[in-house]
Ligand binder design. Structure first.
Ligand SMILES: *Cc1c(COP(=O)(O)O)cnc(C)c1O
Length: 356
């Protein structure tokens, strides 16, 4: 595996990249939870990726996305998300650092109160992003509103381009092959840290939304020839049966982008493990299991997860461990993808986190 890791790193060096975060992010064992649950529980702290106090998994993607944008001579960066999108906020901060102009189209899944701007939307405004809030029409679904936001943004990009301003479009969550490449690097980074501690990683758990992170992790796993570790992706929103093949295709597109040997392929049925059992009732809607997981992590280790992503991911992981799906004594990694700003979002996103 080590030779493959060195080869993989060489391939990655060919992609344009800008420096945004602080890598490697910490990787260590949580002793108290490990003892209580009877597994060896490690955490990968991508919430500490930087570049501001409020980091997260999107920074790894943005190092390559903005590298690509700059290589193409772009001036504006457009992206998309919900009004409290972590991805949009991290894109804005990354653009500011690089002197690019951020334009974000945000679907009002949770309608912001103009008198009380909170969380990521507040940070977007402090950083002076051009913010377009797209409110849902009556009878319009979130997906339809997202489509409409995309059409409006493309219209604006067309106008800017006609005036001579080059624009770069980052899809929701940064889930393109260029963005996902960041998690090939992330997977190798984590494996090197585990090896240094003498740990064979049996399971990696993380919360999955757009799937860009999963695609990169899966691509990284295949690329270094790791056929032992299982990556288990806990969904934070409803997805149909096309989701795993779609993410396998994105992973393979990412492998092709970096010029990997074409025989190295992620296979949806063999490699991808998703679990839809923990996101209910919906995206940005809390549930008691997730709230309990957040309180448990906070009260056992003094560590914070968030109600939209990592809380649901932790809920799934804890349930898999407690129900015996994961054998006792396993080496389990939770990939902390960030998102703690949601702890300061609208009450309806938060759930009951202060219960005794
Ligand atoms: C975006 C995000 C995820 C999901 O990552 P995807 O690449 O979109 O699947 C997980 N956790 C947090 C905190 C996020 O902001």
């Amino acid at each position: 595996m080590n030779k493959r890791m060195e080869q993989a790193k060489k391939l990655m060096e060919k992609l344009p990249r800008v420096t945004l975060g602080f890598f490697p992010t910490p990787f260590y064992k949580l002793e108290r939870i490990s003892e209580e649950l009877g597994v060896n529980f490690y955490i990968k702290r991508d919430d500490f990726s930087g570049m501001s106090l409020f980091g997260g998994n999107k920074i790894r993607k943005l190092e390559y996305l903005l590298g690509d944008a700059e290589a193409r001579g772009c001036e504006y960066v457009f992206t998309f998300g919900a009004t409290q999108s972590n991805h949009a906020m991290q894109t804005v901060s990354a653009c500011r650092k690089r002197g690019l102009k951020p334009v974000i189209y945000l679907t009002a899944v949770v309608k912001p109160d103009p008198e009380d701007t909170r969380s990521n939307l507040l940070l977007d405004k402090i950083m002076g992003a051009e913010v377009h809030v797209v409110e849902l029409f009556e009878n319009e679904t979130e997906d339809e509103a997202d489509e409409r936001a995309l059409a409006m943004a493309r219209e604006q990009m067309k106008q800017l381009e006609a005036e001579g301003h080059k624009c770069y479009e980052v899809p929701m969550g940064g889930a393109s092959a260029v963005g996902s490449a960041g998690f090939i690097g992330g997977y190798i980074e984590m494996m090197e840290q585990a090896q240094a501690l003498g740990v064979t990683v049996d399971y990696v758990y993380h919360a999955t939304g757009t799937g860009g992170t999963m695609a990169g992790l899966q691509a990284g796993r295949k690329l270094i020839g790791d056929d032992h570790t299982q990556i288990i992706s806990i969904n934070v929103s409803g997805k149909d049966e096309n989701y795993p093949p779609k993410i396998a295709a994105l992973a393979n597109e990412t492998l092709a982008l970096i010029g990997a040997d074409p025989s190295i392929k992620v296979d949806a049925a063999a490699d991808i493990h998703t679990d839809l059992g923990y996101y209910h009732p919906g995206y940005e809607m809390p549930n008691e299991g997730s709230s309990e997981a957040i309180r448990y992590l906070a009260r056992t280790e003094g560590l914070l997860a968030d109600p939209v992503y990592t809380g649901k991911g932790m809920y799934g992981m804890l349930d898999h461990i407690r129900s015996g799906k994961i054998p006792a004594g396993s080496n389990v990694v939770f990939w902390h993808t960030g998102g703690a700003t949601a702890l300061f979002a609208e009450k309806e996103i938060l759930g009951d986190l202060t219960a005794k």
